[in-house]
Design a protein around this ligand. Structure first.
Ligand SMILES: Nc1nc2c(c(=O)[nH]1)N[C@H]1C(S)=C(S)[C@@H](COP(=O)(O)O)O[C@H]1N2
Ligand SMILES: [Mo]
Length: 318
């Protein structure tokens, strides 16, 4: 794990051009060459700069948790998506999300906390420094990617709302906007898409609220303007385009469990030993590769998270 620090930068105070320059300074400060910056930070392989329309973001820390595994090219990360609000095929979100407006954005905070209310995105981001986290994403459908996300530790975001002593879980909801999200014009899922975490899981330092990828603002198809990344869990826990955060005392009913509880649980921890009822979870296909890889317990993050589940039967709590 590599963590580099650079001076704090408040993204709301700087123009996009200077953000980009600061980012270059950061890359140099981190001891990377320009070539490494292009292949390792801005993308490997057939990355197309042309496809990157998002505003650049300044990151002040970088954490790589994937060893020397190459990041999945930007074009794949942004064209092979699950986001049923824009359709159920993998290429639907990239094709059908152009009309979605992630700005301005406000988030409703409710439930067992001292600071409920409506917050706009800028206020949620303001006092915190954005970090780049290179994580594996492992979908329940047995494919995986390596993605350089940009975001904030989820715990730092949630602590600002001061959850009280009765809060044991946190629930999240995606926006409902059928006029901009064509997939929501049909009842494929029971909208809004909902997800939840136990509060101690949400506070684990690996969980992030992501606002960007590959150094730029999140594209619509990846969950603009703000989505969860919980790298030790199957991808469906990474709820996109969040508009509601609610602190509760009972386990929330997440959308996929509501749809098919025998196949999708609340915990959804990546676990090669517990098969999905219709397929094995022992291996995965890395997008862009042919041979299959072995799936790792907790997606390779066991050391950091297994203590959250000590004493639990993970075949029952899948
Ligand atoms: N609102 C919402 N969030 C969602 C989904 C969705 O359909 N709607 N799909 C989930 C699934 S199944 C996966 S694998 C990840 C995919 O994230 P990505 O497209 O950025 O790779 O998003 C998750 N978040
Ligand atoms: Mo998924």
């Amino acid at each position: 794990m590599l963590i580099k620090k650079a001076p704090d930068i408040r993204s709301s105070e700087i123009t996009p051009e200077s953000l980009y320059l600061r980012r270059r300074e950061f890359i140099q400060a981190a001891g990377l060459t320009a070539a490494a910056a292009v292949t390792g930070v801005l993308g490997a392989g057939r990355t197309s700069e042309a496809g990157q329309t998002g505003e650049p973001l300044a990151v002040t820390k970088k954490m790589v948790t994937t060893g020397d595994e190459a990041p999945t090219p930007y074009d794949d990360v942004t064209t092979y998506n699950n986001f049923y609000e824009f359709g159920t095929d993998k290429d639907d979100p990239a094709r059908a999300s152009g009309r979605f407006k992630p700005k301005p954005w406000s988030v409703k905070v409710e439930g067992l906390c001292n600071k409920p209310g409506d917050y706009n995105l800028e206020d949620i981001l303001r006092p915190n420094a954005l970090e780049e986290r290179v994580y594996r994403l492992r979908c329940v459908e047995a494919w995986s990617m390596i993605v350089p996300w940009v975001g904030l530790p989820l715990g730092d975001v949630l602590k600002r709302f001061e959850p009280n002593g009765n809060a044991r879980y946190v629930e999240f909801e995606t926006i409902v906007r059928p006029s901009e999200m064509p997939g929501q014009q049909r009842r494929v899922l029971d909208w809004p898409y909902r997800e939840g975490l136990r509060l101690d899981e949400a506070m684990n330092p690996l969980a992030i609220m992501a606002v960007g990828l590959y150094g730029r603002v999140l594209p619509n198809q990846n969950g603009a303007p703000m989505r969860l990344i919980v790298p030790w869990k199957y991808g469906f826990k990474g709820i996109k385009s969040i508009v509601k955060v609610k602190f509760v005392d009972k386990e929330p009913l997440n959308t996929w469990r509501q749809m098919q509880a025998s196949e999708y649980g609340f915990y959804a921890n990546v676990n090669p030993a517990v098969d999905h009822p219709r397929w094995s979870q022992a291996t995965e296909r890395r997008i862009g590769e042919f041979a299959k890889r072995k799936t790792l317990m907790f997606n390779g993050y066991a050391e950091q998270v297994q203590s959250l589940y000590s004493g639990m039967d993970l075949r029952v709590n899948y």
